[in-house]
Ligand binder design. Structure first.
Ligand code: SF4
Length: 460
């Protein structure tokens, strides 16, 4: 049995996991729906956001060049890393050149993608995660299960047990108390940090700015206290102009966390003498398969993704098995595509495109209109087919070529329908998501009180 199949099987037997994922994703979708319903220009805003991202991909090499020039002129340093090991080596070299051994890190899916945490640990560098959700999964020795809510799979009781075991505190499952404990631990680390590492939502080629949105204020502390700051992000995050930020920021928080705007919005550039901020700023731009994906006419659309996570919250498969079952850094519908585009070899996660009902809900909620079902079908078509699949396809073609064969096949199907019990009751029903407003009402009634869950959200 493959690792993915094994993990799916275990996930399907885990009642606590199912309850945690359902509650958290239903809460996210209900909050998102509320924001979207209040937006008169939702469809045109999606068009504007897509147009900006399309330009980012179309002019990628030119934008990288321009950003490098601007950021360097401001006093920062830019590095292009072809793959994960190169990016990790560059990061470690920067830190070693400063003798830095202890620092803080803010949530970044790109650093998860390249296993930066593990590389730093092997180099004897201690980087503590400071986003609450990431702090929880780091303490548990796990990986994030969602791209914007890393500890979505955990109940507050399991977090209480984890904190009691790892931090030696008295057990509590009160979210406010647990948050206070984490805050106390992290404050100490912030004050003594020799470096700060974060991701970046966007980079502005025109001005050399780094744009980051967050909700907890941990990114702000991580980039203002330590003397060295490193932003690690993908080459597809470049935007042409400062004005391009507006349509994206407008859609990002609404789609990711159901907020009008994120709690914090940072527009950073290297500080001049006498200004506040780190003494050194570095940006590491990672390719790791992105330029190959951009050159692929069928797949380049995936590079428009702004990592909002809305497609995960909406996906009936993700909501049943959770993120870890995908056995990849990026789970859900976007992850099933992206995981097969990144890295040295293509199609490393061939099973993932099958983890979709193709209901189209992911496409419906995507703020940049990525046609995920089309991409998933394309990836299914690209992989090598097993013999049974080819035989089935040939049989189907042979039947459809003659009306009498179609008639016989229809009679046979009706006979089978009568004798086979309805095993699907209670499972995921096929078909579209139905009326939008009905869904909103249904979700609202399913959602637990927000105060009863620990969640952290930011969107890097
Ligand atoms: S594919 Fe679309 S919905 Fe999914 S994370 Fe990316 S931008 Fe968000």
């Amino acid at each position: 049995m493959s690792t993915v199949k094994y993990k799916i099987k275990s996930a399907l037997h885990d009642q606590q996991l199912y309850a945690a994922i359902q509650n958290a994703s239903n809460l996210s979708t209900a909050k998102r729906d509320d924001q979207i319903l209040g937006l008169d220009d939702y469809e045109s805003s999606r068009d504007a956001a897509r147009e900006v991202r399309q330009r980012s991909v179309d002019y990628s090499p030119r934008l990288i060049e321009k950003f490098t020039r601007e950021f360097t002129a401001l006093g920062g340093k830019v590095y292009i890393a072809a793959n994960a090991s190169e990016a990790n080596r560059i990061t470690i070299n920067i830190l070693k050149s400063h003798g830095a051994e202890k620092g803080v890190k803010s949530k970044s899916m790109v650093t998860e993608e390249i296993f930066l945490g593990r590389a730093l640990e092997s180099a004897g560098i201690d980087a503590v995660e400071t986003d609450l959700g990431e702090y929880i999964v780091q303490l548990a020795g796990e990986k994030p299960s969602h791209i914007t809510a890393p500890a979505m799979h955990k109940s507050r009781q399991s977090i209480g047990r984890l904190f009691a075991e790892k931090l030696g505190i008295k057990y509590t499952d009160d979210p406010a108390e647990l948050t206070e404990v984490a805050r106390g631990m992290l404050r100490e680390r912030f004050l003594n940090a020799e470096f700060g590492i974060s991701g970046a939502n966007f980079l502005i080629a025109e001005t050399g700015h780094i744009a980051i949105v967050e909700n907890e204020g941990n990114v702000r502390l991580g980039l203002s206290i330590p003397p060295v700051y490193i932003a690690v992000t993908g080459i597809e995050k470049l935007l042409e102009k400062l004005a391009d930020l507006s349509p994206l920021v407008k859609m990002l928080a609404k789609s990711a966390t159901g907020q009008k705007f994120s709690g914090y919005f940072h527009l950073l550039k290297p500080s001049r003498e006498g200004e506040d901020g780190p003494e050194e700023m570095h940006v590491i731009l990672i390719d790791n398969g992105r330029s190959r994906a951009m050159a692929d006419p069928e797949m380049r659309e995936m590079m428009l993704c702004i990592r909002c996570g809305a497609c995960l919250n909406e996906c009936p498969v993700y909501k049943t098995i959770g993120g870890h079952a995908y056995d990849s850094t990026y789970p859900g519908p976007m992850g099933s595509v992206l995981s097969n585009l990144l890295g040295r070899n293509k199609m490393l996660h061939q099973e993932l495109p099958d983890l979709s009902t193709l209901c189209g809900a992911c496409k419906d909620v995507c703020p940049v209109r990525i046609d995920l079902p089309k991409l998933l079908l394309e990836l299914r078509a690209r992989r090598e087919k097993p013999l049974s699949h080819n035989m089935l396809a040939s049989g189907w073609k042979w039947t459809m070529e003659s009306s009498s064969r179609v008639e016989v096949a229809g009679k046979f199907a009706r006979m089978v329908e009568k004798v086979v019990p309805k095993v699907m009751s209670g499972g995921v029903k096929p078909g579209g998501p139905g009326s939008f407003r009905t869904q909103v009402e249904k979700r609202k009634s399913q959602v637990e009180s927000p105060k009863s869950k620990i969640r952290t959200d930011d969107e890097q």
